[in-house]
Write a protein of this length. Structure first.
Length: 351
């Protein structure tokens, strides 16, 4: 069985494909260096298409409609601009019902593209463009440390990270927010007090990296103009030891935080990236791998905090669980020294 990875790595090479939601214009070139907030592509989204039946409106055959049409494919039209007309005593005309652009013509009809809002695709990580996907996006490569989380509010930013955590299970005290951290990305613990998020907004921080958060604060977190990333999820959960060590030891470094939505199908996940100089490029991150003994794993528990341990043994045959279900399992030795049997579906590989 293949295992999913959660990347918590002090030095690695990451490759990220950044794609526009619809066909547009890519404005970067291969070999170009980009920052995480640089725009690399543009598109128009939310467009609608309106069919204008010229032949029917002029009361002529589709064959004759082409000779009466006054516009060309690709032409932009204002509302009420003339599209087609007939001559003679009983002349008729067709005008554009709305502002738009002609995207198709034929058979006595015309397709008018209307509406839409501009969309800008940003790089997401600071790195080098290694491939351009014409009209759709680009692939960016970078080296540094990466720490992936489990939830983000969809925003991204760069800045200096300042830690106000003294231990992994700390509760974020709103009194720790003061003017000395204004404009920084803050590393904090568990948040259950809305005063933390409100105070962060007032201080104009660039982002929050939190161990966990009360689900009651989700609406407020979604309204924040800066990125919020949860390393270990919702509820009172301490930050896992691997992430806490890596983040806290990089205090006051420039980082990029991309709090994009976690989507297994699209391969997107909220993450913190810390760019680091290297003399030799390290190996790329792995996205999937078969379970194997010796791996560092995280035991996912919806009720309590996640636990870390080493995979000791893979059980060849499914076993019966206390809830009556049968599943493939593994034996894991936790950091505490306890040894437990866990369904493979409740395990993620850290690496």
């Amino acid at each position: 069985m293949l295992a999913s990875f959660t990347h918590i790595l002090p030095l690695t090479t990451v490759v990220r494909k950044r794609m526009l939601p619809t066909a547009g214009h890519v404005i970067v070139k291969v070999g170009q260096k980009v920052n995480s907030t640089d725009v690399i592509g543009e598109a128009v989204i939310g467009r609608k298409h309106l069919i204008v039946d010229i032949a029917r409106l002029l009361r002529i055959s589709p064959r004759n409609a082409a000779a009466c049409t006054k516009v060309k494919k690709g032409q932009k039209l204002a509302k009420d601009e003339l599209i087609a007309e007939t001559t003679g005593l009983f002349s008729r005309e067709v005008k554009a019902p709305v502002e738009g652009r002609v995207v198709a013509m034929g058979g006595g009809k015309l397709v008018l593209e209307t509406g839409g809002a501009p969309f800008e695709l940003v790089a997401g990580i600071p790195g080098t463009v290694t491939e351009v996907i014409p009209d759709h996006g680009a692939i960016i490569r970078a080296t540094g440390a990466v720490i992936q989380g489990v939830w983000g509010n969809g925003r991204l930013e760069t800045g200096v990270m300042i830690s106000i955590m003294d231990r992994a299970d700390e509760v974020f005290d709103p009194n720790r927010l003061d003017v000395s951290i204004r404009g920084s990305i803050i590393l904090g613990g568990y948040v259950d007090n809305p005063a933390v998020l409100k105070g962060a907004i007032e201080l104009a921080v660039r982002g929050l990296i939190l161990s966990s958060m009360s689900p009651a604060l989700l609406p407020l977190a979604m309204q924040a103009v800066f990125p919020i990333l949860l390393v270990d999820g919702f509820g009172s959960r301490p930050m896992n030891a691997s992430a806490y060590k890596l983040l806290s030891t990089n205090n006051r470094r420039d980082i990029a935080i991309n709090a994009e939505t976690y989507d297994r199908l699209k391969g997107s996940r909220p993450e913190v990236f810390i760019p680091l100089p290297v003399s030799q490029e390290p190996p790329e991150t792995r996205e999937v791998e078969a379970f194997a003994t010796g791996q560092t794993v995280r035991v996912i528990n919806l009720i309590g905090p996640a636990q870390l341990g080493k995979l000791q043994q893979l059980n060849a045959n499914p076993v019966s669980l206390p809830n009556g279900l049968r599943a493939k399992t593994a034996v894991v030795r936790l950091e505490s020294g306890d040894q437990i049997t866990v369904p493979l579906t409740n395990l993620e590989v850290l690496g």
